[in-house]
Design a protein around this ligand. Structure first.
Ligand code: SF4
Ligand code: SF4
Length: 295
């Protein structure tokens, strides 16, 4: 085995999570309950990202300086101010969401997180060529649209028709490179990015505390059967049954609330638990997504 193959194998083993994909496949086979709600939330998120520059609400045009603010052409300073206001509005919305339901945006509304899911989707449909092709198509369409939406904030799309050959080649080249980054993310890093690198996630980790809505574990009326599916499916390596419990912090002997700040409220653990309890009719799954009753 060459050094490159060896390095690739090690990276793949380190970054992908076969246990999670295996359980996701089982959940999909037995009917995932959040699938369409997830598609709806991410579609709204993507539409907002597209609508702001396309309606001319804000655009900082790096091509010819045709900056826009509320549909009017403005100078660079006006567009930058508009951009800052738009970012503050988006931040305010996610901040309010964070108070009620924690990092829900990370688990449901973030396009980068959704790209991770689309990569997993390709993997779990591996044995059915047409479905695999469909998953590839969906992934490519989503990544291409997401990157285009990001670029529309910074360049007038008329560059593709009226621009010089150099300008067009530059725009298409940047789009292709960013799409390639999206594919690498989909098949490599995935939720590892949310857990370790994403600056927005890092910020949320510091501001999220106990929220009234989240993941709740209750051994009544029917107890957990200790199958471990919720633990293995968690994309950020949490133990969902311990969320919100007070635990000793590392080192300093103080106590802290476990996992509330790291949980991205994706609901995958709840789906896994429901899937397990589908084989136990009449029994109630102990994990649920909803109002959290703290001890
Ligand atoms: S604990 Fe559950 S909801 Fe939270 S990140 Fe893990 S799988 Fe998602
Ligand atoms: S998936 Fe449900 S039954 Fe299985 S370990 Fe988790 S809480 Fe218990």
């Amino acid at each position: 085995m060459s050094r490159l193959q060896d390095a690739t194998r090690r990276i793949t083993l380190r970054l992908s999570d076969p246990d999670r994909v295996r359980i996701l496949a089982a959940v999909a086979t037995r009917g995932a309950s959040y699938q369409w709600r997830r598609v709806l939330v991410i579609t709204i998120s993507q539409l907002i990202l597209l609508a702001v520059p396309l309606t001319g609400t804000v655009r900082i045009d790096l091509w010819q300086g045709h900056h826009l603010l509320l549909g009017e052409q403005v100078g660079a300073v006006g567009a930058i101010k508009g951009f800052v206001v738009a970012m503050c509005v988006l931040w305010g919305f996610t901040f309010l969401t964070n108070i009620v339901v924690g990092r829900f945006f990370c688990g449901w509304g973030c396009p980068v997180g959704y790209v991770s899911r689309l990569g997993e989707d390709v993997q779990l449909k591996q044995r059915k060529p047409m479905r695999k092709f469909g998953a590839h198509l969906a992934g490519a369409g989503f990544v291409g649209t997401f990157v285009a939406a990001l670029m529309l904030w910074w360049v007038d799309p008329r560059v593709l028709i009226e621009g010089s050959n150099t300008a067009r080649a530059t725009v298409v080249g940047i789009w292709l490179v960013l799409c390639l980054g999206g594919f690498m993310h989909a098949f490599g890093w995935r939720f590892g990015l949310c857990k370790t690198v994403c600056p927005i996630g890092l910020y949320y980790r510091y501001v999220t505390s106990s929220t009234p809505i989240g993941i709740h574990f209750d051994n009544q009326p029917d107890p957990c059967i200790e199958c471990g599916a919720c633990l293995k499916i968690c994309p950020v390596d949490l133990e969902p049954r311990d969320l919100g419990r007070t635990m000793p912090a590392d080192g300093d002997g103080e106590e802290e609330l476990y996992g509330d700040a790291e949980c991205i409220r994706c609901g995958d653990c709840v789906e896994a638990c429901r899937m397990i309890f589908k084989g136990r009719p009449g029994e109630v799954p102990p994990l649920r997504f909803g109002r959290v009753e703290r001890p």
